[in-house]
Design a protein around this ligand. Structure first.
Ligand SMILES: Nc1ncnc2c1ncn2[C@@H]1O[C@H](COP(=O)(O)OP(=O)(O)OP(=O)(O)O)[C@@H](O)[C@H]1O
Ligand SMILES: O=C(O)[C@H](O)[C@@H](O)[C@H](O)[C@H](O)CO
Length: 166
């Protein structure tokens, strides 16, 4: 199956936005950041230091599923940066959406912690990182890329995979 859509996933601060944008630019595909689709209540909850639960994420995931289905239906390939931490969340995103490839940006707690602390003001505060790792269920079917590499190199690896399988 030809890949028409990438979901760049992983815990907060793993580099989804940086890698997703750069990848979309290289491919000439549309870029979407799932953070832009959180309802205001979810952002307020995270900003107050409370992790989201399954119920908070459910409507957000349904919205993102529609987004992917809509872009595939229009024949517009895309890249979505989305935490997609649990298997059941990924099932919602992928249901009936063929040609979507997951890319898991994987790195240590310590590395991501240090990057989150260095990042300019963001509603997701570094102390929330523990809960992100607790929620994470690593996918078995993703392309896994090590985030200690520079963004450009991560993008090269995804592009190499993409050209190798098609
Ligand atoms: N491969 C990398 N090498 C060095 N720095 C990186 C890399 N990837 C991301 N960063 C930096 O780490 C920080 C977090 O990256 P980014 O915002 O892209 O992550 P994210 O997964 O989208 O985070 P969130 O989900 O919390 O929005 C940023 O300051 C970014 O510049
Ligand atoms: O599922 C979640 O808990 C959220 O999507 C978070 O991962 C943040 O929105 C994102 O990472 C921004 O920091």
């Amino acid at each position: 199956m030809k890949t028409n859509f990438f979901i760049i996933m992983g815990v907060s601060g793993c580099g989804k936005t940086s890698v997703g944008k750069a990848l979309a630019e290289r491919l000439g595909w549309d870029f979407y950041d799932a953070d832009d689709y959180h309802p205001a209540e979810n952002v307020a909850k995270m900003a107050s230091g409370i992790p989201l639960n399954d119920d908070d994420r459910a409507p957000w995931l349904r919205e993102l599923h529609k987004l992917i289905a809509g872009s595939l239906a229009q024949g517009r390939p895309g890249v979505l940066a989305c935490s997609a931490l649990k298997e059941r969340y990924r099932r919602v995103l992928l249901a009936g959406n063929p040609g979507v490839q997951l890319v898991h940006l994987k790195g240590s707690y310590e590395l991501i912690w240090s990057r989150m602390n260095a990042r300019a003001a963001h509603y997701m505060k570094p102390h929330m990182l523990r809960s992100q790792f607790e929620a994470l269920e690593e996918p078995a079917d993703a392309l896994v890329v090590d985030i200690s590499l520079p963004v450009e190199e991560i993008v090269e690896r995804i592009l190499a995979w993409h050209s190798g399988v098609e």
